[in-house]
Design a protein around this ligand. Structure first.
Ligand SMILES: [Zn+2]
Length: 503
């Protein structure tokens, strides 16, 4: 669409006092926004350039085990000027679900089959192994819904601005941007659908993503053709360091790249729902216009590529800018990340390098000498003492907030090591789900199934004492809608968490 028509449409919308009508081509503000950040924060731009060099040299590569997933706590800040902009919790949930589908390649538009002309790109579509939860623990350790609501006298926010990120300018201060993905949902004027900083480019106070309220989630204020939540998928892609696949060069050329090898260079952004578009000698398959990082309509974008995955994961490498997020405790009890981490050392002082939260330790006679915090190392301070001649083992549980106690005797730990790994079948599941585990003695167990938003949907046992031996428990799941779930099993010996798909 020509720019003059776009401006006319926006002009009509402004005259009528209506929100952005959503009829024009997608406009993302990230490229210009990052330029503004570079002017404000040259240090950040330098750090980001260094990260780019490390990615190019392969120095920032990060790989995840097949079943491992990075979970990112999300806080959604709704900054509203009128009732229509004060969107419902359900609308927020619909957006979190889209993020989880799109980043795990569970989006049904991909699963149900892509148009014939785009089948050649299908093998490149990737599960990013990143998922999102609405925060259940706030920065002060208190329970939270992960949603804040701020009434503002501020009119539509004129892009590019950070006004919504500060209470002093009609918004709300961001939560610790090292530990939470902050999504600001507000009315952005001028037709920009959203914008985000690349890792390391923004200051700590402004390292947040902004989404226009008329493109957020799947219903309510969301307006077609941007009502399937893909604007947020696209902007979170930027936040994890993805560049538009058309590379933002102005005027458009075929020489600039998004620095991803498996996305063909293309001349310019695609809009609407195009068929095969050949540019930059990229035939016969043409532009990868179904990529989330093009400008097509929500219903016509449905994949990230393998190369984009590698680039996003690099931001979780040490110094990659998003490394603090990987171990944040903001997801609370439903966090599906690793079980516990163990390490050993001999001697009286040591640093445990981990982004997780320690919740127990053994052979420590002065527990107060151990401090821990999310996103930092665990440090044994002077005064720490371990028994001579024994190994030390830290129990680390990234899923629990402060104050949760787990067993910490070494004998118990040795027993845990010998236990078979719990099983959870089938996956995907439908009407029933079987969970198998062992107890070496009579003990309490918790078995809870959470949905993608961290809500407990089936509580089989909670602090229930079970006899020693093998257990196979059948959970009735017939009433559950299809989607992503997490099975959480806790005994005094094991904490098992598994992501599952309900068909
Ligand atoms: Zn963009």
């Amino acid at each position: 669409m020509k720019k003059s028509i776009l401006l006319l449409l926006i002009g009509i919308a402004a005259v009528l006092g209506a929100p952005f009508t959503g009829m024009s081509q997608r406009v993302c503000g990230t490229a210009e926004y990052v330029k503004m950040l570079a002017a404000q924060n040259p240090e950040g731009a330098k750090k980001h350039a260094l990260l780019e060099a490390r990615i190019a040299s392969g120095d920032a590569s990060k790989s995840l085990m097949p079943n491992s997933v990075v979970t990112i706590p999300v806080v959604v800040h709704i900054v509203f000027n009128n009732a229509a902009e004060n969107i419902s919790d359900e609308q927020v949930y619909s957006q979190i679900e889209v993020l989880n589908e799109d980043f795990r390649l569970l989006n049904t538009d991909f699963a149900l089959g892509v148009p014939t002309e785009f089948v050649p790109f299908q093998p490149l579509a990737s599960d990013i192994q990143v998922q999102f939860c609405l925060a259940s623990v706030d920065p002060n350790g208190n329970p939270t819904t992960g949603i804040t609501r701020t009434a503002t006298m501020h009119g539509p926010f004129a892009y590019p601005t950070n006004d919504m990120m500060f209470a002093a300018t009609g918004g709300i201060d961001a939560w610790n941007t090292q530990q939470y993905l902050n999504l600001y949902v507000c009315n952005i004027s001028g037709g920009t659908l959203g914008y985000a900083p690349y890792p390391l480019t923004a200051s700590a106070a402004t390292d947040a993503v902004v989404i226009d309220v008329f493109t957020f989630g799947k219903f309510g204020s969301a307006i077609s053709p941007y009502n399937l939540g893909r604007t947020t998928t696209h902007e979170v892609g930027h936040w994890l360091n993805l560049i538009h696949i058309f590379a933002d060069d102005n005027p458009p050329t075929c020489t600039d790249s998004d620095n991803v090898a498996d996305t063909p260079n293309q001349l310019d952004a695609n809009g609407g729902c195009p068929g095969v578009t050949v540019s930059c000698s990229n035939g016969p398959n043409g532009d990868m216009s179904m990529n989330y990082m093009d400008y097509t309509d929500d219903r016509c974008m449905y994949m990230f590529s393998a190369g984009q995955k590698a680039r996003m994961l690099a931001s979780f490498s040490s110094g990659g800018g998003r490394d603090g997020l990987a171990g944040s405790g903001g997801c609370g009890g439903a966090c599906p990340r690793a079980l516990f981490f163990t390490d050993e050392f001999s001697g009286l002082t040591a640093d445990f390098q981990s982004q997780d939260i320690a919740i127990g330790w053994n052979h420590v006679t002065n527990a107060s000498a151990v401090t821990y915090q999310t996103g930092d190392s665990i440090r044994l301070k002077p005064g720490f003492h371990a028994h001579n001649g024994v190994s030390f083992r830290a129990f680390i549980n990234p899923c629990s907030g402060p104050g949760v106690a787990e067993p910490n005797a070494e004998e118990r730990n040795a027993v845990a090591d010998a236990l078979p790994r719990p099983q959870c079948i089938p996956n995907p599941f439908s009407n029933v789900l079987q969970v198998s585990f062992s107890l070496p003695e009579n003990a309490s167990a918790d078995i809870i199934l959470y949905d993608a938003l961290g809500r407990a949907v089936v509580t089989q046992y909670r602090n229930t004492t079970l006899p020693a031996g093998e257990h196979t428990i059948t959970l009735s799941t017939a009433q559950l809608p299809p989607g992503l779930y997490y099975l959480d099993l806790r005994t005094p010996w094991q904490h098992f968490s598994r992501q599952l798909v309900r068909n």
